[in-house]
Unconditional design. Structure first.
Length: 263
């Protein structure tokens, strides 16, 4: 009985840890109902918080998310509201013209601390003021892009937008066919990130959490290469952790996702 109780307590502790760390562990994904909307077509998108790609498991707070559509160098903000059925934030957008566009999102930073009472949101100072003992703290920030209507004669797919952490496509998805290469670069503060892990998967590839179809490491120029093997809505993802001693958190965790269609 003692052994059973020990196993049960361990299991419950693990479940509690998974639940408490879920908010920072989800990937931030912008998934439109269609990746090829025509001009004037009202299109819904989901700002997802997901472990299974691309199925949202939790709605972020609307105040914590910034989202806009970029087309022909014009930015149009998208208003988001919670959809309880989809467990996601949703919004509508309409392209002013036919052709390529980018959905661009930013999940604002959140600070989470590991305390003697478990994972809790809040700064070290705020939680210590409540009498809690802090073991470590992390700031979690997420960036997302989704390419709409890729075109053979357009370069929007590879435009660096200046996100703190950014995935930049070096291959035009309009030119990609199953079996052909796809090249990508990881930038942190605009500079290449060597030895970063990049995951690649597509919508409905797996129902398992945090599962990628392919993974690769970036080279000294922050570049990685994959082979796309099917027509689908694809998703690249990377993460970079910076040590930030003396700041409001011990580490700054940044994540970036780039979604794009391949026909």
């Amino acid at each position: 009985m003692t052994h059973f109780r020990t196993q049960l307590c361990t299991a419950l502790a693990l479940v509690g840890l998974m639940l408490s760390t879920g908010a920072q562990a989800h990937e931030f994904i912008l998934k439109p109902d269609t990746a090829t909307p025509a001009a004037g077509q009202k299109t819904r998108l989901q700002a997802q918080a997901a472990h299974v790609y691309m199925v949202s498991e939790e709605a972020e707070q609307p105040a914590n998310v910034r989202l806009y559509v970029l087309q022909n160098d014009k930015k149009t903000d998208v208003t988001l509201t919670e959809d309880k059925a989809l467990l996601a934030l949703v919004g509508d957008f309409t392209l002013a013209q036919n052709g390529p566009a980018l959905l661009v999102g930013h999940r604002l930073p959140q600070i989470w601390c590991e305390t003697t009472q478990g994972e809790m949101e809040g700064s070290r100072a705020a939680l210590e003021a409540k009498g809690m003992k802090i073991k470590s703290s992390g700031k979690y920030e997420k960036f997302a892009k989704t390419l709409l209507n890729p075109s053979h004669d357009d370069k929007l797919y590879g435009k660096a937008l200046g996100q703190d952490l950014e995935l930049v496509l070096l291959t035009n998805p309009a030119d990609v066919k199953p079996g052909s290469p796809l090249n990508v670069q990881v930038l942190l503060h605009g500079k290449p990130v060597p030895n970063a892990t990049v995951g690649l998967t597509h919508d409905a590839y797996s129902k398992e959490q945090d599962t990628y179809k392919f993974k690769a490491q970036t080279d000294a120029q922050g570049k990685a290469s994959f082979t796309v093997d099917a027509p689908a809505l694809w998703m690249l993802r990377t993460t970079v952790v910076e040590k930030t001693p003396g700041a409001d958190a011990d580490e700054h965790h940044r994540r970036a996702v780039y979604v794009f269609p391949v026909k």
